[in-house]
Design a protein around this ligand. Structure first.
Ligand code: AMP
Length: 414
């Protein structure tokens, strides 16, 4: 059953962990990346979340560390943009290395630095960290990167979007040049490629699905609707289609809280997850969603990054994303590892530019359907973002239009 994993060069210990996790055949990114990673090559990988990319770097790292020295020292570092992704990557390493003596630690903001410091003081082989917290530990002398043999940047595009480039440069300064580096990103624009080539040494390039494409197992659909009727339409979809688990994206933190409240008024259990919430509150919302206590999880783009929810079938874009690249990330939450999913976008008339930018980016025309009873009226009152501002100041709507234009132009360049 696991013969395909075996041909990639993985050892028996790992094959048994893989089998316990129920993986039967390697995914495309695993088939492509693992042999090169085991051979010590640098990698430049274009793969979205949901393709099995975590195991693609975790398995070779675990194998080479488990076969190396017994001395406990930090030899592999995985840098990720968000807390949720750090936790998720940590869990993957933990599960896959359960039959080895390797110790993995996760270090990210929003949780006690003291607890992390005491874990690090006991020694670890693998560290999963967000850039800011990693630098805190480095500057406090809690860790050294002197013995690092492998460095991974996961979701590098998002790290750049979040402004982590200076932090990444600081981290790189502390690493020795003789190391293996793996660079994973869902999207590749010029800025990312330039950064990758500065960091990597003669990398093997792997592109799992064409750049900026969306998972083929995801059905995509757009419902044009007045802005003010979106919450009602969402509640209707959840109820009439009996969705038990739907991940909904809003573009603002406030919007995510507001929508969770509105759905609750319609009797739909919902929770929001955004950057204003404590790590504990975010984790609780995620756990409640995973174990079925809440049906709708409302998230902002940053908060949703790295969420891994098994068998997620429905994703809804309540607001179209600010950046077309975010559409690819958002709908990557469904149709994971070959499962079927549906991604529905609720588009108000003033979001049409945003849709065009997305279609340009993914090079696909998204099907649109008017849902009976929710046809857009084009009435400005129904589509106003906010009450009109005082004269002489740029209205929210104008600002939004300007932003959409910028993004549409960016989309053109891609
Ligand atoms: P990732 O892209 O790393 O976020 O992985 C997405 C999901 O696919 C996770 O839930 C993994 O546990 C799962 N997964 C990874 N590799 C395989 C595989 N070879 N077969 C089945 N599921 C997998």
């Amino acid at each position: 059953m696991l013969s395909e994993f075996k041909t990639l060069g993985l050892c028996h210990t790992l094959l048994s962990s893989i089998s316990e996790l129920g993986y039967q055949t390697p995914t495309e990114v695993q088939t492509e990346a693992i042999p090169h990673a085991l051979a010590g090559r640098d990698l430049l990988v274009g793969a979205q979340t949901g393709t099995g990319k975590t195991a693609a770097f975790a398995l070779p790292i675990i194998q080479s560390l488990a076969q190396g020295t017994d001395e406990r020292r930090l030899r592999a570092l995985i840098v990720v943009p968000t807390r949720e992704l750090a936790q998720q990557v940590y869990e993957s390493f933990h599960e896959l290395s359960s039959d080895t003596n390797l110790v993995t630690v996760a270090a990210y903001g929003g949780t006690s630095i003291r607890v992390q410091t005491s874990r690090l003081a006991k020694g670890c082989d693998i560290l999963i960290a967000t850039p800011g917290r990693l630098l805190d530990h480095l500057y406090c002398g809690n860790i050294t990167l002197k013995h690092l043999s492998t460095l991974v940047f996961d979701e590098a595009d998002r790290m750049l979007d979040m402004g982590f480039l200076p932090d990444i440069k600081r981290i790189l300064k502390r690493c020795k040049p003789e190391r293996q580096t793996m660079f994973f990103s869902a999207t590749f624009d010029k800025k990312i490629k330039n950064m990758a080539y500065e960091i990597l040494n003669d990398p093997v390039e792997i592109q799992v699905s064409p750049s900026n494409s969306t998972a083929t197992t995801v059905e995509q659909l757009v419902y044009p609707v007045d802005r003010k009727r979106k919450a009602e339409l969402l509640a209707f979809l959840i109820g009439s289609r009996n969705w038990q688990q739907v991940l909904v994206f809003t573009k603002t933190k406030q919007g995510s809280d507001q929508l969770a409240k509105e759905l609750a008024l319609d009797g739909i259990k919902a929770a929001s997850i955004n950057g204003d919430k404590s790590q504990g509150a975010r984790q609780k919302a995620l756990d409640d969603f995973k174990n079925g206590k809440v049906r709708a999880l409302i998230a902002t783009d940053v908060a949703a990054r790295g969420l891994d929810i098994e068998k997620l079938e429905q994703v809804v874009n309540f607001d179209m994303p600010y950046k077309p690249e975010d559409y690819v990330h958002r709908i990557g939450r469904t149709g994971r590892a070959g499962q079927i999913g549906i991604a529905i976008s609720l588009m108000s008339p003033n979001e049409e530019d945003s849709l065009l930018a997305i279609e340009r980016l993914i090079d696909t025309k998204l099907p649109q359907e008017w849902l009976k009873g929710f046809e857009p009226s084009l009435d400005t009152e129904m589509n106003n973002e906010k009450p009109p501002r005082k004269r002489g100041r740029n209205s929210e709507k104008q600002k939004m239009k300007a932003r959409l234009k910028i993004h549409a132009n960016r989309g053109k360049k891609n």
